[in-house]
Design a protein around this ligand. Structure first.
Ligand SMILES: [Zn+2]
Length: 465
């Protein structure tokens, strides 16, 4: 006896087909037309689109920033993910500069232990190398890959905290190339940005929107080019996280055209929010839009949407890193002290569907590719991201006719505000299944903490082997 999803339209990254899906236990057993109901539990998906569960490859749950942890820990964060149609998240473990990768892994597995409502995995951020020529830490990268952590994050920003220099970056890239691991890059020239930041503070420019103005799109473009060039030299595959503007995009495309194994994501906020609309320079409320890279001018949005279609951008993630109004107030009078990040894990699919599919910018198939299939392929999760026999039964039943108004009052995310307050979107998650277990019914969370498991990932050089 299984779970039979009948009368729906399956959307894959390539096609739409009227097929039924039979789930047995945690996996998909059959995908075919007219599967007999027999003794199965039937879910009627008439009028609904059946997609692979969403995968958000860029989240920061329970992450310390500026002396305060992000507001969503693993339970509320993955609950919000599920309600938004996302059934797998990849979070970041951060190496303490004086510590080991193993210690970082232990800390982050501790944060998630027994708390996740949907499946999760981790990237490992390398912030320092220890031992002769960095060998101790480089050897630890092998252990991480063996443990299923096959992507390494490198920060080119935040000097003194997370930033690595080019030598360290290059050494990590060489090791990653040997391991077929993927290098994930926060591409901003942190040294130059910090000079601008200091100049602004000295000039009394302390309000939140100066955070955005202090981080020039060209600083992102420069670092995007540099990281891809170094990865290409090292023979490594590279994935640029949260690409936010058309200058960085031009560098990405240039290097892709030259054959570099370079992939990139953008995040929902860069597609639908802008510095003109959200940060006109008038109010403390702008602190809720302080994240890095910052919001850009509106003119950068169209090139990003075009890149989602032409394949130069492969994924849409959120960089979900929520802080409450009270936490954001730590930076009153000094934008450097505003905890960086915004809440978005719950709204990714709603926004990409409404402003992408409904607006005719992307097809439903491309939506599935960007939100589900490509994330699984690039990050080595062969059991996820497609609806086929043998795969995990992570399923999203999407109602394209649903009318939904985004509001902090009704969201699962732990913040007391929404970056999209009052926005009306058409299309929303109705039922969600995580490995065969229903976790969302009629838009309401019905899962439980502890159901989510750590996903061991394969090292496949971002699917570019
Ligand atoms: Zn991030």
């Amino acid at each position: 006896m299984g779970l039979l999803i009948k009368n729906g339209t399956i959307v894959s990254s390539e096609s739409q087909q009227r097929l039924d899906v039979l789930v047995e236990g945690e996996t998909i057993a059959r995908v075919a037309a007219g599967i007999a109901a027999d003794e199965h539990t039937v879910v009627d998906a008439h009028g609904l689109l059946v997609m692979p569960g969403g995968i958000d490859v860029h989240t920061h749950l329970d992450m310390p920033c500026g002396g305060t942890p992000s507001a969503d820990e693993y339970t509320t964060g993955t609950m919000a993910a599920a309600v938004g149609g996302t059934t797998t998240v990849i979070d970041f473990a951060l190496q303490n500069q004086s510590g080991t990768l193993k210690e970082a892994l232990g800390i982050w597995l501790g944060k998630s232990n027994g708390k996740a409502c949907v499946d999760f995995s981790l990237h490992m951020a390398v912030t320092n190398l220890h031992g002769e020529a960095g060998q101790d830490t480089l050897r630890e990268m092998d252990d991480m890959v063996a443990a299923g952590i096959t992507s390494f994050k490198l920060f080119m920003a935040y000097p003194g905290v997370l930033m690595i220099n080019d030598e360290l970056m290059f050494r990590v890239m060489e090791r990653a190339a040997k391991l077929n691991a993927l290098c994930c890059i926060h591409a901003e020239n942190g040294s130059a940005i910090d000079v601008v930041v200091a100049e602004m503070i000295a000039a009394g420019k302390t309000a939140p929107h100066f955070h955005a103005l202090s981080r020039d799109p060209k600083a992102e473009a420069e670092a995007t080019h540099r990281s891809i060039a170094l990865a290409d030299m090292a023979g490594a595959a590279v994935y640029i996280v949260h690409l936010s503007n058309e200058y960085a995009l031009a560098e990405l495309k240039h290097m892709q055209a030259r054959g570099a194994r370079a992939l990139a994501e953008t995040c929902t906020q860069y597609l639908v929010l802008s510095i003109e609309d959200q940060m006109p320079g008038k109010s403390w409320d702008e602190a809720r839009y302080v994240f890095t890279p910052p919001l850009r001018e509106k003119r950068h949005q169209d090139p990003l949407w075009a890149a989602l279609n032409d394949g130069s951008l492969s994924v849409v993630s959120t960089d979900h890193c929520p802080f409450t109004t009270e936490q954001k107030a730590l930076g009153k009078g000094d934008f450097r002290k505003i905890p960086n990040g915004g809440p978005g894990i719950e709204n990714r699919l709603q926004l990409l569907w409404h402003f992408g599919v409904n607006a005719g910018r992307i097809t439903p198939e491309r939506f599935v590719e960007l939100c589900c299939t490509a994330p699984a392929r690039i990050f080595g999760m062969a059991q996820k991201g497609v609806i086929a026999p043998g795969k995990d039964a992570d399923l999203l039943l999407w109602d394209p006719a649903a009318d939904y108004t985004i509001s902090a009052a009704t969201q699962c995310m732990a913040t007391d505000y929404s970056m999209f307050e009052g926005w009306r979107v058409k299309g929303n998650a109705k039922h969600v299944f995580s490995r065969g277990r229903q976790v969302v019914a009629d838009g309401k969370f019905i899962g439980e903490a502890g159901h989510g498991r750590f996903v061991k990932r394969e090292a496949n050089a971002g699917g570019l082997l």
